[in-house]
Ligand binder design. Sequence first.
Ligand code: SR1
Ligand code: MG
Length: 419
Amino acid sequence: MTGVHMPTVSAPHDDYPVLDGKGLLRYLTNVPALAQRLGGTPADWTAQEVSDGNVNIVFAVRGPGGALCVKQAVPYVRVAGPEWPLTPERVIFEHRALVEHRRHAGPYLPEPLHLDPRLYLLAVEYLDDHTVMRHGLIAGARYPHFAGHIAQYLARTLFYTSDLALKAPRKRMLVAQFDTNTAMCQIMEDMVFTEIYLPHPRNRWTSPELDADVERIRQDTELKLAVSRLKNTYLTVRDALIHGDLHTGSIMVSTDEVHVIDQEFSCYGPMGFDIGNVLAHLLINYFAQGGQPGSDWLLRAIENVWNGFHQGFAALWRAHASGDAYPKDMFATPDANAALEEEREKYLNRLFTETLGFCGAEILRRVIGFARPADFTEIDNPARRAVAERRALRLARDLVVAPRRYQNATHLTAAARRF
Ligand code: SR1
Ligand code: MG
């Protein structure tokens, strides 16, 4: 990033120490609950930096009695360095979202153990035997249980934080608690919906192979209008408390468990943003694998994520509609109840259309923007990489401009095979 001017997203807070491994171990000696969890004496503890995402520093701390995962928000974007300042307040929003989402989908999120708002430091349960899903997928691993778990996670976090489940005062209070995560939302506003459609210094792609494709995208008014419509939805809709960055690097998996991490981009926003992100990164891995027959399970997973979400969300709505939207007393008769069931179907169809749009926008920015996924970048041969990325771009454009063409998840996976 050297030499590239990075706009300041918000005022930097640089008046606190950024801990290295030794500093962290010293710090932990003064936090009795964590020290107890690690067991033994501080001399027995180790801290290993395992930072993997773009923005924070993360350590795995181990002791004879157990382990912790400790994350500290530095006052800048970790992978860019101090020339791209970023408010460390993000860790406060991460903790807040973790607590709220765990109330509804506990088994799918790590337990928060300690928040230090002075050091912008968060300690959470260490997830034994888990790996970052993106790395597992790149290594060719399959996670047959993934779709069922993530569908439940999505249905529960999105339903229970929405107006379908919450009374308006509680919902409005939650919206207010997350509406000030402006710096992180602005990163998404810029990176997902804007920068890649302009000549921006952060953009990167497989060049020269994709140069003409990128130029075509910049000239594509139909696409730019559709993506601006999606941006407007992201800016204005306050459907539910979304994770806000739900790619496969924010998901840890083991043989039979799924945990969602890294809630620093959380905000009240459109439900389709989270669901679309999950689908986008499964598709990215599918295209990166060259659509080999062995990767077909990814397409089945895509179908199962949407269908499982649809079923789970509708069931929650039928059984737990205690919110102020669609007041259940208004639909008590059998006729009204049947009409409400039709309405649920319409609601979910609209959500599917929105999901596909966000899915397409996410794929586009992952091929052309700053944060390119390892699924693609680890393909050494640029010609082969460009073929995979071009297929992804073509499907993504169609999802953004014509999402209504896709009536169900099978239409989506059929298109992925075709493109
Ligand atoms: C500056 S952060 C770049 C990207 O990494 C995160 O995972 C988000 O997706 C963000 O857009
Ligand atoms: Mg992340």
